[in-house]
Design a protein around this ligand. Structure first.
Ligand SMILES: Nc1ncnc2c1ncn2[C@@H]1O[C@H](COP(=O)(O)OP(=O)(O)OP(=O)(O)O)[C@@H](O)[C@H]1O
Ligand SMILES: [Mg+2]
Length: 234
């Protein structure tokens, strides 16, 4: 396999956690040279060099030594969609610049893992959404969604839309970020397996304090290997 775009049903569902798990697994357990990218990051309130955010976490988890400006071409202060955050800073987003960084990373690595922001219909710039970037790059997608109540609708909608625009969806990962084991968490996987037309790759386990003391690559790789069907990542 070559390159994967990790999107989600929403913000805060665990895209970074799962992407870091995948990056650590592919690098430590499979021996791949893994590149990572967070094309647009917002909400750190500081420059990406100073404040650890998603791009920093992805870099640590993968072992990538790439220039942070290629890993994260655009970094905005406000925790908003790229289009809105850029507008507040009077910044212009150049899609060609982001694509050039992606192409450079793709040429350099065995696999590049790209993390989106929010979900697929988050606007990047006037009339241009994450889904347009995914289509332009012809990159397969993994969808991360919550395990808990509300996930069936969001997951099916996102998958249905991606497939309707011709995107290849490699599968869905449910993230057990709360570890609640309530009735919705118990029954959602079965309902999703019934209605999804793409594979359910597994439930990413609850891991308290996952990023509390920096990035533990071994723990991330173990978590991913133990909870996710890894045969698609050969
Ligand atoms: N499986 C898990 N176990 C425990 N905590 C988790 C798990 N997954 C995610 N978290 C925690 O939940 C929070 C949100 O996760 P994460 O940052 O991965 O979401 P995201 O989808 O990448 O968000 P964003 O849209 O801001 O990029 C983080 O603090 C993370 O450490
Ligand atoms: Mg994230």
């Amino acid at each position: 396999m070559k390159n994967i775009f990790v999107t989600g049903t929403d913000t805060g569902v665990g895209k970074t956690a799962v992407s870091c798990g995948l990056a650590a697994y592919l690098s430590l357990r499979k021996g791949y040279d893994v590149g990572v990218m967070k094309p647009f990051e917002s909400g750190n309130g500081a420059s990406v060099e100073e404040m650890p955010g998603d791009a920093w976490a992805l870099k640590q988890a993968s072992g990538s030594t790439d220039d942070i400006r290629d890993v994260n071409p655009y970094n905005f202060k406000a925790p908003l969609a790229p289009e809105t955050a850029a507008m507040l800073e009077n910044a212009h987003i150049d899609i060609a610049r982001v694509t050039a960084a992606y192409t450079k990373l793709a040429d350099r690595h065995d696999i590049v893992i790209v993390e989106g922001a929010g979900g697929v219909l988050v606007p990047i710039r006037d009339g241009y959404f994450y889904s347009d970037l995914i289509v332009a790059w012809q990159i397969p997608v993994i969808l991360v969604s919550r395990l808990t109540l509300g996930t069936i609708n969001h997951t099916l909608l996102s998958c249905h839309y991606l497939r309707s625009i011709g995107v290849s969806v490699s599968g869905v990962i449910l993230n057990d970020m709360l570890g609640e084991n309530d009735i919705a968490s118990q029954t959602n996987p079965g309902m999703l397996e019934k209605y999804l037309t793409v594979p359910l790759l597994g439930i990413f386990s609850h891991a308290p304090g996952l990023f509390a003391r920096g990035i533990d690559r071994e723990r991330l790789a173990d978590l991913f290997e133990k909870s996710i069907k890894c045969d698609i990542f050969q």
